[in-house]
Design a protein around this ligand. Structure first.
Ligand SMILES: Cc1cc2nc3c(=O)[nH]c(=O)nc-3n(C[C@H](O)[C@H](O)[C@H](O)COP(=O)(O)OP(=O)(O)OC[C@H]3O[C@@H](n4cnc5c(N)ncnc54)[C@H](O)[C@@H]3O)c2cc1C
Length: 519
């Protein structure tokens, strides 16, 4: 996912979500517990425990967005699986919520339901990766960033689908999909998963794979945040792109040829190459409220092949800048889009998103969306890091994998993923954000090019106010199956923070309440 604020500044180059559900009035007995004296002795010597009494607590519970974010009363940095089990058992037996943090980049508004929790911070001691030469897989800790996974594979001459942003959690991303530039060749991040080690809310640790705990294996690859803490995961890898270099074309247009941009995209989409990945972004330069169109065009292969696709856009009138570079695959997340994606890893902002996937673009509707984007910038000049992003990646391998192979539902609906990403500092503008965001999403649904007027959302890009079936599938059996797994593996709904299949807010498309009956 690209970040408008930094795209406009770094390249010339982000982000996301409204209170979806108010935090429930949990009785929080936290303050009665002296964690250092009670939980502390149960942890191994390599683990760390931070509470609000630590003067530097704020630096331990940082997250990418402050919007509707979870809050924490303590942070545990486990050093062993036993530490994770001990922390979960302590939390559940004392009625304290807990939260596994991987890369800290989750931004669904549903996360706000987690308040005054114990954070199990995985990145510190479960943030590394190891290449397994015997089967060419990579094993990562549950908090490893995409960059760490990519570097371990790359060093062995291998690759796999990772997200565009180096600081996102590789496991966090894969649990709900793992969408990335190489997905046309290798499928989603979750498709590369070989096995996971998972700790449930009752403290049981399980091996989960196609051979072991196969029902949970199905559920955790698409709705994985619902069931347990992933201590470690192993990903399959693939031979690297021949020549090992990737093309990066960066183009900025002034918007005069906007219709042509979307017409060319419509023309290209039916035969979109597996290794081609475009980010098409409406952004504004910092200090300016004039929108520009940024095209970040990446191709897994040589320039002469990439040019067939990218030079059509570069030849359009209104070009303000065009650059072409070749990067190694491991460098791409840091260098593509002028380094702006890596620069969006900062933590102190209010960011939120609205999202919908479409099949085709209506150029007139995109002109209207452009005009409305400009009006939003004028009305809220301090939110000029806001942007409208379309991710257009290959889908061949994603759609080859049978739809029922995992709980990830929309393999045939990931052609073009749309994101309206808000980036702001003043919380009082939220009503303006919601009004614009909902109208943009509705317009996108009505002009999606699908044969129905349904919302299709990649769960990791969801705001959290969407009906559950728009994330996990319109076939009823999918949500039923996810709920059966919930009853079996997390009957107390301890893992309720991220698109909870049990008590997700809102109603489904039939108007039925989505709250399940967890008994
Ligand atoms: C700047 C940016 C760029 C992005 N780019 C992409 C992209 O290119 N492709 C893509 O697919 N997605 C992308 N995303 C979305 C991303 O996949 C989700 O936000 C994802 O939830 C982030 O995972 P995390 O571990 O970083 O976040 P966290 O906030 O740590 O976790 C998010 C959720 O996952 C759970 N979780 C994380 N790790 C574990 C674990 N080990 N065990 C159990 N639960 C866990 C958390 O409890 C939480 O519920 C991007 C997000 C941002 C902010």
């Amino acid at each position: 996912m690209l970040s408008p604020q930094t795209v406009a500044s770094g390249l010339l180059a982000a982000s996301l979500c409204v209170p979806v559900a108010a935090a429930p009035p949990f009785f929080n007995p936290f303050m009665r517990h002296n964690l250092a004296a009670t939980l502390g002795p149960q942890l191994s010597s390599g683990a760390a425990l931070y509470t609000k009494s630590n003067s530097d607590f704020a630096k331990h519970d940082e997250r990418w967005t402050q919007w509707n974010a979870p809050t924490f009363s303590a942070v545990v940095e486990p050093a062993s699986e036993k530490d994770i089990v001990a922390t979960i058992q302590y939390a559940t037996s004392n009625g304290i919520p807990f939260f596994a943090q991987g890369g800290g980049h989750g931004y669904s508004g549903t996360l706000g339901i987690i308040q005054k929790a114990i954070m199990i911070k995985l990145q510190t001691n479960f943030g590394s990766a190891l290449y397994n030469a015997h089967d060419k897989s990579v094993s990562v800790g549950g908090g490893a960033k995409y960059s760490v996974l990519a570097e371990a594979a790359y060093a062995a001459g291998r690759e796999l689908t990772v997200g565009s942003c180096p600081c996102v959690g590789a496991v966090g991303g894969a649990l709900s999909g793992g969408h990335g530039r190489l997905q046309g060749k290798h499928g989603l991040g979750l498709d590369a998963l070989k096995s996971m080690r998972v700790v449930l809310a009752n403290g049981t640790a399980l091996d989960v794979s196609a051979e072991k705990n196969v029902d949970l294996w199905w559920g955790m690859r698409g709705a994985g945040q619902n069931y347990g803490v992933v201590v470690s995961a192993t990903f399959n890898t693939f031979p690297e792109t021949p020549g090992a270099m990737h093309y990066d074309g960066e183009l900025i247009l002034d918007g005069t040829q906007l219709e042509e941009v979307f017409e060319i995209l419509n023309e290209m989409v039916p035969t979109w190459p597996a290794g081609l990945a475009f980010d098409v972004l409406f952004a504004a330069f910092p200090g300016s409220l004039d929108p520009v169109i940024v095209l970040s065009m990446i191709y897994a292969g040589p320039k002469r092949e990439a040019a067939k696709y990218t030079h059509r856009f570069a030849a359009l009138k209104g070009s303000l800048m065009f650059s072409e570079n070749m990067y190694t695959w491991a460098d791409l997340p840091f260098k593509a889009a002028g380094g702006s994606i890596a620069a969006s890893c900062g933590t102190t902002k209010l960011r939120s998103t609205y999202s919908n996937n479409v099949r085709t673009f209506d150029p007139k509707i995109q002109r209207d969306a452009w005009n409305k984007y400009g009006e939003f910038l004028q009305a809220y000049p301090n939110a000029n890091g806001t942007g409208v992003l379309w991710e257009i990646f290959g889908t061949q391998r994603v759609s080859e994998i049978p739809a029922n192979a995992s709980s990830y539902a929309f393999r045939d609906r990931v052609t073009m993923i749309g994101l309206l990403q808000f980036d702001y500092t003043d919380p009082s503008i939220l009503p303006g954000i919601e009004a614009y965001g909902k109208a943009w999403r509705q317009q996108s649904i009505e002009n999606s090019g699908w044969d129905d007027d349904k919302l299709y959302v990649y769960p990791n890009y969801a705001r959290g106010d969407e009906p559950l079936d728009s994330l996990f599938g319109y076939e009823h059996w999918r949500i039923e199956k996810l709920r059966m797994l919930k009853k079996e593996y997390d009957p107390t709904d301890a893992f309720r923070g991220y698109h909870d299949v049990w008590s997700h807010p809102g109603k489904d498309h039939h108007g039925h309440s989505e709250r399940g009956d967890l008994k």
